[in-house]
Design a protein around this ligand. Structure first.
Ligand SMILES: *Cc1c(COP(=O)(O)O)cnc(C)c1O
Length: 527
């Protein structure tokens, strides 16, 4: 089904069959169709009773608004219900297993939330005198210590606010280091074909040209292609490990050696650190800079759930170029080094106005302390075990992209098993919604045809994994048995049917205008 206009989808699920009958209103199983707040109308009302003003006390003169502002006048229950109904249309990690790959962990322990709400952390202001923020600085210092210890790296920049921001921080450090050494002519960055899109985007943003490194048939960096492309103008390589095919780069030490021999730096995309935390220290592998997505490895909220944090650990060679601020133990207690002079003279600048995402630091530190070093290692082991279980069970019907050997934290399938069924990866994913499961990551990484990337994470029980795999196996059998309608029309049971996702992505409708509405009167129509 394609749509002529996007924004709020115009087809509520009217017409989906309920025992042969369509819903008359677009409602479905106690879920009402939900218009936009603006479409709810009530333009001439307010949700609160105000006494009429005694006199016009405005100083605004001619600037006083002469027309209604155009907001819906809703009562408190109407407002509350609107937002709760919208929230029910969204999937959440607190509702069900979330199989998306390239996301890693999806668990926000309630303990973290409790700690982050302690008023000593939650009510801080970044410009408070340091004498009053010693506890917060100590937490940041301890978090930095854990990050350095777990990665085997001597320095960390805490301020970057997401993985992609961390990549930018790492490459700016690398650029500053090359420039300081008189190697500003190094302008090329090598990135494997399977890389996350943020890697080449970051390199281009920093002003580098990007060249792809080929991949071997078993999903790893092609060493001979890397060696051939390294040269005196290469600034860095950006390699994800474990990589986005869910595989450990077996030759990572050789990758580092070749890179350093060519005078370049090794940037490691550490988004998948969850799979090796406590087991492998990237510093031992020859990594020079790596971002750690606290929201992917240390349980801070992810995606729409909250601000990210992407601290970057740095090798000895890059540490002097780290952005301000950082914490030192001074004579008056802990202090933030804010100015790029003396010890910080080579710092390339800063990544954000203040000290980074304090609320995320508290959550990540609470998670580390509640697991301990042995618990974190167990997290990595269980994440890998769960992914291999999913890979083994689903391989009965689906085609693993790399059948030989175990995977790391995510199981990757191609669409070869759908050949001749008339069903595509997209159709299959949509049919999963009808079975109560959010789809996996589709069509990424690009190196695998019709990719389906499933990352169960360590927090799912065997019973839950069995329920999930059972649903996928049942669907796979239906696809192979020729039950094509089940897939082509899916989802049938969701509040919205299939949308034109390309149009929605290319031409998103980001503002509402009165003439969009068939419901409300149009008080702004005069404009
Ligand atoms: C998620 C991810 C990123 C980007 O991280 P953000 O925090 O979303 O900016 C980069 N690389 C890989 C491999 C990722 O999975």
């Amino acid at each position: 089904m394609s749509m002529s206009s996007v924004g709020r989808p115009t087809q509520p699920n009217v017409g989906a069959s309920i025992g042969g009958h369509a819903s008359l209103t677009g409602g479905r199983g106690l879920l009402q169709d939900e218009p936009l707040l603006f479409e709810l109308g009530g333009w001439d009302k307010t949700g609160v009773d105000f006494d009429a003003a005694e006199h016009d006390a405005s100083d605004l003169g001619d600037l006083v608004r002469s027309r209604p502002i155009g907001l819906s006048g809703l009562s408190e229950p109407e407002t509350m219900r609107h937002y709760v109904r919208l929230s029910q249309k969204n999937h959440a990690i607190d509702l069900a297993l979330y199989p998306l790959g390239s996301c890693t962990m999806k668990h926000n322990p309630r303990l973290n939330e409790k700690m982050a709400r302690l008023s000593g952390f939650a009510d801080l202001h970044p410009l408070q005198p340091m004498s009053t923020t010693q506890g917060a600085l100590e937490l940041m210092d301890r978090l930095a210590h854990w990050l350095k210890t777990l990665t085997g790296m001597p320095a960390v920049a805490l301020t970057p606010k997401a993985g992609a921001h961390g990549e930018l921080c790492g490459l700016l450090c690398i650029r500053a280091a090359h420039e300081a050494a008189g190697h500003g002519h190094r302008r090329r960055v090598l990135v494997p074909t399977s890389a996350h899109g943020t890697n080449p985007a970051t390199a281009a943003f920093v002003g580098y040209s990007v060249q792809e490194i080929a991949q071997t048939a078993d999903g790893r960096v092609d060493l001979s292609d890397l060696a051939a492309k390294l040269g005196p103008d290469v600034a860095a390589i950006m390699v994800t490990n474990p990589n986005t095919c869910g595989l450990f780069e077996r030759d990572v030490i050789e990758i580092a050696r070749l890179t350093h021999e060519a005078g370049a730096y090794f940037y490691c995309d550490g988004a998948n650190f969850n799979a090796i935390v406590g087991r492998v220290r990237p510093g031992d592998l020859g990594v020079d800079a790596m971002h750690i997505n606290l929201h992917k490895t240390f349980s801070t909220p992810h995606g729409g759930g909250g601000p990210g944090a992407g601290p970057v650990v740095l090798s000895k060679a890059l540490a002097p170029f780290a952005p301000a601020p950082w914490i030192v133990h001074g004579s008056q207690g802990l202090e933030l080094v804010e100015e790029t002079k003396a010890e910080a003279a080579q710092a390339f600048g800063r990544m954000c106005a203040f000290q980074g995402q304090m609320g995320m630091f508290v959550r990540a530190y609470a998670y580390m302390r509640s697991h301990g070093s042995d618990g974190l290692r167990q997290v990595a082991e269980d994440a890998v075990l769960n992914a291999n279980y999913v890979k083994a069970v689903l391989s009965a019907q689906m085609t693993p992209a790399f059948p030989d050997g175990p995977c790391m934290h995510e199981a990757l399938f191609s669409d070869a098993w759908l050949d001749d069924t008339g069903v595509t990866t997209l159709d299959f994913a949509k049919a999963m919604i009808d079975e109560g499961f959010h789809p996996m990551t589709m069509y990424f990484p690009l190196v695998v045809h019709g990719a389906m990337l499933i990352e169960p994470t360590e927090t799912e029980s065997k019973r839950e994994l069995d329920r999930f795999c059972g649903a996928l196996l049942a669907l796979a059998k239906a696809a192979k048995a020729g039950d094509v309608d089940r897939f082509k029309g899916a989802p049938y049971l969701a509040p919205m049917r299939r949308l034109d996702e390309t149009l929605a992505a290319r031409k998103p409708k980001l503002t509402w205008r009165p003439d969009d509405s068939t419901v409300a009167p149009t008080p702004l129509a005069a404009e």
